[in-house]
Design a protein around this ligand. Structure first.
Ligand code: FAD
Ligand code: MLT
Ligand code: ZN
Length: 468
């Protein structure tokens, strides 16, 4: 099938504004958020319904044309960017962005995959409900992409990763079959837990078109503080105290290096309200009960008495709380504005976090000496769930590979994972095949061969498609 035949076939059911072919129109869809990957495509398609997606897949399957699903294009592993061959189709779910149902009592929300997270949370708040997933790209990230990457963010320590909130899913398979179970049952053991197969599959096993998510009652009471700590050990001791004293009302526990915050202050003209030592902790609690404030004040008093934090500030208003979060949520942008970075989205057992950071310092000095690169750490992350964004500004692109491998080897030696939440995409594909167990890789290859035998779904991402 020629390119023209393809476009004619798509035009039979998609309107002209939903088929992009002009270079200018396609450009934003062909580059990842970090501008690390740039690809080409026959066209960008913006279907309006699951049936449209089904017909696109059937046409591409028949023509053996690869499909790259895309949501908000905020992924940080290059998973939504096509390769440079120009032979694939980008299928954007952006225009399938409706809320289909909110069940306040059953605590479920049914959405189309292109639903943007912030838009959904605002609509839920109006009916006193919430979907507790929070991270800096939530203004563009979509529920389809969030499930396809099993996104994490700041609230994982309380609510778990996105995949834990899935109660229903509708997926279009590589042959165009639609599998749809959207009743939103909290309990259904009538077969394999098939939905979880697509959580974190990064568009390589099927295209998510709808989802049912478990929601909760909105927690109107929150308390937020910034604390200056000397090292990760102190931060982790504070975290242990917070778990004891505040329990499941602990909503976020973020660590940020002083250097990284300094880049945010300079890039965005913001001011950190406390004189940090090497590290800052942003702690947030939330609850449906107003008793929170006094419990939190007691926790903070203890924290200072213990000497674990040298300075701190409790947000006295919503606007001050938002100012604290602006420091945190601009870290990724400030990093991107500071030059090329080698991103490491790592997780290690919380008990080995301090060891990892200590050994990481020696590692950076060694790599710098061996390669001549200047390495500036820009480290922050969700330390409460053992997830650090161990991002290193590196002035020598030729040193990036050695740095990346050295950090990953240290992570594995500390019993960790080389990607905690951002996923594999194309950015980490070779490192995953170097470090993940052969048994797991082989199992993934068998699943890929079963569900996408012709490898039209997002080839070159997450699963290599090694065929015997
Ligand atoms: P896209 O980037 O469009 O796609 C991501 C992957 O999912 C690709 O492989 C794509 O092919 C696939 N995909 C997209 N939609 C579908 C679908 N409907 N069906 C099947 N496959 C699909 N992530 C975190 O986990 N935690 C964070 O704290 C975090 N912070 C971030 C901060 C910033 C500033 C930025 C830019 C990103 C951050 N991210 C974070 C990464 C990113 O926002 C998440 O991975 C998010 O889930 C991607 O959603 P998206 O809709 O943008 O997906
Ligand atoms: C975040 O937590 O802000 C992102 O996941 C971190 C990153 O950009 O590396
Ligand atoms: Zn993160």
């Amino acid at each position: 099938m020629t390119t023209d035949d393809l476009l004619i076939a798509f035009a039979e059911f998609l309107s002209a504004q939903d088929i992009l072919t002009a270079a200018e129109d396609m450009k934003p869809f062909l580059q990842d958020w970090r501008h690390m990957f740039e690809g080409a495509a026959v066209c960008v398609l913006l279907p309006r319904s699951s049936q449209d997606v089904q017909r696109i897949v059937q046409i591409c399957a028949e023509a053996a044309v690869a499909i790259v699903p895309q949501g908000g294009n905020t992924g940080l592993a290059g998973g939504a960017t096509p390769d440079s061959s120009g032979g694939s189709v980008v299928l954007s779910l952006a225009r399938m962005n409706r809320i289909i149902d909110i069940d306040r009592t059953g605590l479920t929300v049914t959405v189309e995959a292109g639903m943007v997270l912030d838009t959904l949370r605002a609509a839920l708040a109006e009916v006193d409900r919430d979907l507790p997933i929070s991270f800096a790209a939530s203004g563009s990230a979509t529920l389809g992409g969030i499930l396809a990457t099993n996104a994490g963010g700041a609230n994982v320590l309380r609510s778990g990763m996105a995949g834990r909130m899935v109660l229903g899913l509708e997926v279009v398979l590589a042959d165009g079959t639609i599998v749809s179970e959207l009743s939103g049952l909290h309990k259904d053991n009538s077969g394999l837990n098939w939905m979880q197969l697509f959580v974190g599959s990064e568009g390589s096993l099927g295209i998510i078109t709808r989802a049912v998510m478990r929601i909760e009652t909105l927690r109107p009471h929150s308390a937020t503080a910034l604390l200056a700590v000397a090292d990760a050990d102190a931060a982790l001791q504070l975290y242990a105290r917070a778990v004891d004293r505040i329990g499941d009302r602990l909503a976020a526990f973020e660590i940020m290096s002083r250097d990284a915050i300094g880049r945010v202050e300079r890039a965005f003209g913001l001011k950190c309200p406390i004189e940090a030592q090497r590290w800052l902790v942003l702690i947030e609690t939330s609850s449906t009960s107003s008793y929170l404030e006094q419990d939190f004040a007691a926790f903070m008093e203890e924290a200072f008495e213990s000497g674990l934090c040298a300075d701190g500030a409790i947000a006295a208003s919503q606007s001050q709380r938002q100012a604290f979060w602006r420091l945190r949520e601009n870290l990724t942008e400030a990093e991107a504005l500071s030059g090329r970075s080698v991103k490491h989205d790592i997780s290690v057992p919380v008990s080995r976090m301090a060891e990892f950071l200590r050994r990481g310092e020696t590692l950076l000095a060694d790599v710098s000496r061996q390669t001549g690169a200047t390495l500036n750490p820009h480290i922050f992350g969700h330390i409460g769930d053992g997830n650090l964004h161990y991002n290193i500004l590196c002035d020598r692109p030729d040193a990036a590979g050695a740095l990346n491998r050295a950090v990953h080897d240290l992570v594995v030696d500390c019993g960790g994972s080389i990607t905690a939440e951002h996923g594999v995409g194309q950015y980490r594909l070779s490192e995953v095949y170097r470090l993940v167990s052969p048994a797991r890789l082989a199992l993934q290859e068998r699943i890929k061969a079963a569900l996408d035998p012709d490898m039209i779904l997002n080839p070159g991402k997450l699963i290599r498609g090694d065929r015997p």
